[in-house]
Design a protein around this ligand. Structure first.
Ligand code: ADP
Ligand code: ZN
Length: 719
């Protein structure tokens, strides 16, 4: 009986395509195959098999089954679930899951080893080479070890005295040593670890909020959960998700210390061949611990038993481009599909997670004090209305004084400003023109290191012009407001002797550079670090005792649903970098809004009160987590076509109980890359099948060729 293979392809198509299964190929669901599509050959995955031969036209056959590569059933189920939830096609989610499998294989490396054969001619140099090549060794290393030229080595290869061996390159991870033990836990850490270990031993799905103040030892606690998971079942796997590449380095180091081996590392900065190796090692079970960014959730784990989502509140878990998803939420889904334990860790849990914990859906474990002698930093507000800044300065006198005292004691300060570059706006003082990119209505940010004006939305950049492009005046362009580079400039003027550095994605390009900068800060080789959020989270700098927040109000502008919550979380995180060891720390927040609920809650260290007030507001407005939101963003270069489409969409809103649709309205970012943008916002009661509503709605209006529509379920960005 011949069979039809339904193949999912990583393409924006709604369904699987049928192919004929060739005789003897013996496919099963999840198998990776290559298939012809038009003139191309694509990698896809077998979604299902059924008996039959196709219609009156013969089906094209599957070309090849890719050996050693398959998506485990739960990974495939997860991909399909995620696609449905995001109201997107399966191929969009699948392309994330197949990224590693489609990456090029790493090149094998050449090693040399003495074969045991006696060379035709023996010299002292040749003897040294053979002695140094008892174990496989690379040619250059061998030349150094034996102090010979490459010619001597080549001669021995030609003689057959050295064998050439090809080996796979080091995969970058090792086998965890379960005999090692972790830190001696304090009583509240031990109590939390015990609950987690118990859940690991019981098995099955459960979700836990690990709610602990910064520096309370959440990492120590979840390391014990990882140890218990690995010990419980020799094939069990552990996944640790982090919101930021810069943070993965610190956590990788903690795992390496705890288990004597590096975990697999997965994020966008990892080279493709290395990702291919890791993908295969996760699929065959040889890699047991993965530490990675959000897309690691789509790796083909065969026996995933523990997922940790560290800094679970972090907005970076939301993927906003291509396939849109919220990795923290999907981690809970994946844990359910895998019958696994999921631990969400944070000092400032998200509203959604707190709500799940309060309602008993998640277990709630608390660590309320810092470990050991360390105490939480005092937080004070600097009221910029009464303590005015000098013209062209961004640091108030009380902050500068505190920095001077800190520096005088040989301790470190961190200045936090969540804004890259030198100045967020360049303005012509002759004509008032604000510099923007030609095709995008957002301000260009001045970067002094590179002398360029950059659009942070699209990446467009140009050299800073000498004259105003609008009115032609020369020397009329002025830089408005500070970014980290400008704060660095001020710090260097005020503290000419101090060692000052900037930590932002412009100055720290790679995971390696981040690791290096963090290491120097940890070692005390930097006195004052000026940082965006890249450095504000997670890190442990023992000698850091002062955190200054340059513009505490920054995140409150533009006010969307989560503006207050996010600002609170970010500033707790940033302040929490201070005083993590013996010496007490303090945080100073510069603000024009000292009465704002966020500032008051920060000063009073009253997270619970703040979140309760926010929660009450959300409940009243039936906003998440009490209701659900989706955004619809339509964009296109052709304004009449775009308008016609959004009008058609507005007229086609399905009639549904418990759903409100707002819009269309111009998006706050109304022009990006030459495309006009329009938005709808959908609010639905929790009982509504929001995905069903959105699919039905989308199907009712035909999308013109020039228009692109994005459905964003649970939106985080309202731009
Ligand atoms: P969190 O993840 O909650 O911010 P960490 O696990 O990073 O906290 O702990 C903060 C600091 O305290 C780290 O340097 C960590 O090594 C140390 N620490 C925490 N718990 C212990 C413990 N039980 N014994 C020794 N050091 C600990
Ligand atoms: Zn001008």
């Amino acid at each position: 009986m011949s069979r039809i293979a339904e193949i999912l392809l990583p393409l924006p198509v709604p369904e699987a395509f049928d192919y004929a299964e060739p005789e003897g190929m013996d496919l099963s669901p999840g198998a990776l195959v290559s298939v012809p599509l038009g003139s191309r050959t694509l990698t896809g995955v077998v979604a299902a098999l059924r008996d039959g031969q196709g219609g009156n036209r013969p089906l094209k056959p599957v070309l090849e089954r890719l050996t050693g590569l398959a998506l485990p059933p739960t990974t495939l189920a997860f991909v399909l679930w995620a696609a449905r939830y995001s109201v997107d096609v399966p191929g969009a989610a699948l392309s994330i899951a197949l990224r590693g499998a489609r990456a090029p294989r790493p090149r094998q490396e050449r090693r040399l080893q003495a074969s045991g054969a006696v060379p035709a001619r023996t010299t002292p140099a040749r003897s040294r080479v053979l002695a140094a090549a008892q174990e496989p060794i690379s040619g250059p290393d061998l030349a150094i070890a034996a102090q010979v030229s490459a010619g001597v080595i080549k001669g021995l290869v030609d003689d057959g005295a050295l064998n050439v061996i090809l080996i796979d390159p080091d995969p970058g991870f090792g086998v965890p040593d379960l005999a090692l033990t972790g830190a001696q836990l304090n009583p509240s850490q031990a109590a939390s670890a015990k609950v987690l270990t118990g859940l690991v031993q019981t098995g099955g799905f459960s979700a836990v909020l690990l709610d602990g103040v910064t520096g309370s030892g959440k990492t120590e606690v979840y390391l014990e959960a990882a140890a218990a998971t690995l010990a419980q079942d020799p094939t069990a796997q552990v996944l640790v998700l982090l919101p930021e590449i810069a943070l993965t380095q610190a956590v990788l180091a903690r795992f390496e210390q705890r288990f004597g081996a590096r975990p697999g590392e997965w994020h966008s900065a990892i080279a493709l061949p290395r990702r291919r190796q890791l993908w295969e090692a996760v699929a065959d079970g040889s890699c047991r611990i993965v530490v990675g960014a959000r897309s690691a959730l789509f790796l083909p784990f065969t026996n995933l038993k523990l997922i940790i989502v560290d800094e679970e509140h972090d907005g970076s878990y939301k993927q906003e481009e291509g396939f849109i998803y919220q990795a923290r939420d999907l981690a809970v889904v994946r844990a359910k599909l895998e019958n696994a334990l999921v631990v969400l860790a944070s000092a400032t849990p998200s509203m959604e997670t707190l709500w799940n914990a309060e309602s008993g859906r998640y277990r709630w474990l608390k660590l309320s004090a810092r470990h050991g002698a360390a105490v939480l930093p005092d937080i004070d507000l600097i009221d910029l209305r009464s303590t005015a800044l000098e013209a062209g300065r961004w640091l108030s006198l009380p902050l500068v004084q505190a920095m001077a005292e800190t520096y005088g004691r040989g301790e470190q300060s961190l200045l936090f400003l969540n804004r890259r570059g030198y100045a967020p706006l360049v303005l012509c003082k002759a004509c008032g023109e604000r510099m923007t990119a030609p095709d995008t209505e957002s301000w260009l940010v001045e970067h002094r290191y590179t002398g360029r004006l950059i659009c942070h939305l699209t990446g467009f950049s140009m050299p800073k012009p000498k004259t105003c492009p609008h009115c032609g005046a020369s020397d009329s362009l002025v830089s408005i407001g500070p970014g980290v580079e400008r704060v660095e400039e001020e710090v260097k003027e005020r503290f000419p002797e101090a060692r000052v550095e900037v930590f932002s994605s412009d100055t720290v390009h790679s995971a390696e550079a981040a690791r290096e900068l963090v290491a120097r800060m940890t070692a005390g080789e930097i006195d004052i670090l000026v940082a965006t959020q890249a450095a504000a989270k997670g890190h442990n700098f023992p000698n850091l005792t002062l955190v200054g927040v340059v513009d505490a109000d920054l995140g409150l502008r533009g006010g969307d649903l989560r503006a207050a919550e996010r600002t609170f979380q970010l500033l707790v995180q940033a302040s929490g970098r201070a005083g993590r060891h013996e010496r007490a720390g303090r945080a100073l927040l510069q603000t024009y809004l000292p009465e704002h609920e966020v500032m008051q809650a920060l000063k009073a260290q009253d997270r619970d009160g703040f979140m309760a007030a926010e929660m009450a507001e959300r409940e009243l407005a039936k906003l998440p987590p009490f209701g659900r939101l989706a955004a619809v963003i339509a964009s296109g270069p052709d304004i009449p076509a775009l308008d016609a489409y959004v009008q058609a969409l507005a007229a086609a809103v399905p009639n549904a109980e418990g759903v409100e649709v707002f819009g269309p309205a111009d998006a706050p970012q109304a022009l990006v890359r030459g495309r006009r943008r329009k938005r709808f916002l959908v609010r639905a009661d929790r009982s509504v099948d929001l995905q069903g509503f959105l699919s039905a709605w989308r199907a009712r209006a035909k999308v013109p060729n020039s228009v692109r529509v994005v459905f964003d379920v649970d939106p985080y960005s309202f731009l």
